[in-house]
Design a protein around this ligand. Sequence first.
Ligand code: ZN
Length: 415
Amino acid sequence: MPRPSDREVQARVDVMSGDLLDLLAETVREPSESGWEDRVSGRYADWFARRGWPVTRQPVGPTGLAAAEPRPDARENLIAWYPRRRGLPCVVLNGHLDVVPAGDEQLWAHPPYSGLRLDGHVHGRGSVDMKGGIAAGLYALAVLEDLGVDLPFDVAVQLVVAEETTGVGTRAAALEVPGPVAALVLEPTDGAIVPISTGLLFFTVDVTGVAAHTSAPWRGVDAFEHLIRIREALAEFARKRSASYRHPLFADVPTAIPFAVGTARAGSWRAAVPDFATMSGRIGLKPGEDLAAVRREVEQVLAEVAATDGWLRDHPPVVRWDHEGLPGWETPLDSPLIKALQSAQETCTGTATRKGFTAGSDAAFFGSRGIPTAIFGPGEVTKAHAPDECVAERDVVEATKVLALALTRLEVSDG
Ligand SMILES: [Zn+2]
């Protein structure tokens, strides 16, 4: 079967765009907040079944990975094979079924799960992050099937649970699809091709002190003051790390490996010197950096601060690594996956755009295992996780064209 022309692929996407946007709107109407992915997975399973692609439900409970998740026994990934499992090298298309909660509904102009199509946009929680990307990936494949394209690889579509919480869905899916030759994660990227993402470690630091009446604070030990010094030391450590890492795809941001404290708390009474203080935050990781080594460096920074103070020497700050962290990763720009995406985007829009990500995503589970990985999907990242989330229909259709063309151009070798 000869390869269809670029024009035929794009025209076929246009023909199917009504169905594509209907699927997106329908799936947005299912409030599949983390823990409740089963509210939407049936819709996708039906869609796969209608196309005759084999699909399996993979319960994540029995993998033992989901113990920290709510409803572990109700959580299932969907794994579909296009056009079926032929034993060829496998390319993964990955998307997550879960959405973050809608938050205060009063802040939304339309109900958060309306799936409303208005003014050229599909509205609702999950439209950007990331049911728009999933719809684009599914219809890219549907278009290729309708045009009779015979890809030289199998495609495993992984629709996974729990991306917004722990990432166990994608880790479990790796048990079903162990050695893909490439992975395309369909998260929103503002239409850019993302071949690199820095990683992150989440940390919590606890400091103790001694409470005293604030009319005589010298009788106590102020845990909050110590915490502030530790924060400063960590920020300085992070500044040095940032200065030592430059990459052209992060030229537009102050640092590729941001440091931030998200929560801090100290004391329990306004008129008492705080006898404890705690903060949690993140520190960015360079691609390929060893997580354990950075943890040790952070612990060293804390030890250095503690060594300068009598109280801290005897009551050292405690760091807790209450999250596994996400490694950074980078796919070479001349890898077949990135080249296929770029040339497809050039065909569709006239230019290819690339950028780096500083946010964690399931792509880390592929990229850090040395699998050529890219993130590409429709929608503005800033609209995700916010009220009035919506995605431009035009962007979803265009991403579908790019994905379809990229798949026709992707050359894979088995290992
Ligand atoms: Zn997402």
